[in-house]
Design a protein around this ligand. Structure first.
Ligand code: AP5
Length: 222
């Protein structure tokens, strides 16, 4: 059962391009949750001139998952706030989920909600083709659906937007989808069995967010 009286502690699961980052920003705006994106943290570490930075960079470029050991460290450091957070991209497999559960239960702050963004594979590829990001903040745009005010430029800082290196290569994108199916699908059963999984059909419109809001209102009431 879900108890959200003491704050939201949630995670968003979804394939590459399903809209995890986009929905996280809306939830931050409306529910005051702090998004924690492991992809964004990894992209920042990958710019460091260190053995860890280099090894992460090559994994990201290939569309492969980073090892559980490294991820556990990253997430434990990132979870320094007790409540009102939203994980984007973590956990990614049942091992990470079991470890997260243990870590949170030891602190008396179990997850209270898991959202799964269910988007058809064809739509994923289309969205990612037109995605532009601001590297410094991770802000995400789409040249068709949510373009920046000025083409190629971040709305807030005026800095240039780029395409992610793992979006540009079709083979790498296919690999990310494959990795998602193999590793992340089993998570859905895990959280369904716990009774905290909500699946959101998230087509090419704002409908997805409307459905997410309904779920949140229901959870917060409890
Ligand atoms: P990560 O950054 O998490 O990438 P991902 O899972 O591939 O997801 P994306 O960021 O591509 O997509 P998104 O779902 O956030 O979609 P977005 O909102 O941008 O991870 C990157 C890499 O890090 C992984 O490949 C892995 O190597 C590693 N990693 C991360 N976490 C890890 C972990 N726990 N363990 C091991 N390795 C890990 O939306 C996409 C586009 O669509 C945008 O242009 C957006 O504007 C547009 N859009 C979104 N919603 C809509 C909508 N409703 N209608 C129209 N357009 C929309």
């Amino acid at each position: 059962t879900i108890k959200a009286k003491d704050g939201l502690r949630m995670t968003i699961i979804g394939a590459p391009g399903s809209g995890k980052g986009t929905q996280s920003e809306k939830l931050k705006r409306d529910y005051n949750v702090t998004p924690i994106s492991t992809g964004q943290i990894l992209r920042e570490v990958s710019e460091e001139d260190s053995p860890l930075g280099k090894s992460i960079k090559s994994k990201l470029a290939a569309g492969e998952l980073i090892s559980d050991d490294i991820m556990l460290n990253i997430i434990e450091n990132a979870l320094n706030v007790k409540s009102n957070w939203l994980l984007d991209g973590y956990p990614r497999n049942p091992e990470q989920a079991k470890h997260l559960d243990k870590f949170l239960k030891e602190r008396g702050i179990p997850l209270n909600l898991v959202l799964y963004l269910d988007v058809p594979e064809k739509v994923l590829a289309e969205r990612v083709q037109d995605r532009w990001v601001h590297p410094g903040s991770g802000r995400v745009y789409n040249s068709l659906f949510s373009p920046p005010k000025v083409k190629g430029v971040d709305d807030i800082t005026g800095e240039p937007l780029v395409r992610r290196s793992d979006d540009k290569d079709e083979e790498v994108f296919k690999n990310r989808i494959q990795t998602f199916k193999q590793n992340t699908f089993p998570l859905l059963k895990y959280y369904n069995d716990m009774g905290i999984l909500y699946t959101i059909d998230s087509p090419n419109s704002d409908d997805g967010y409307v459905k997410i809001k309904h779920v949140l209102e229901e959870v917060i009431k409890k």
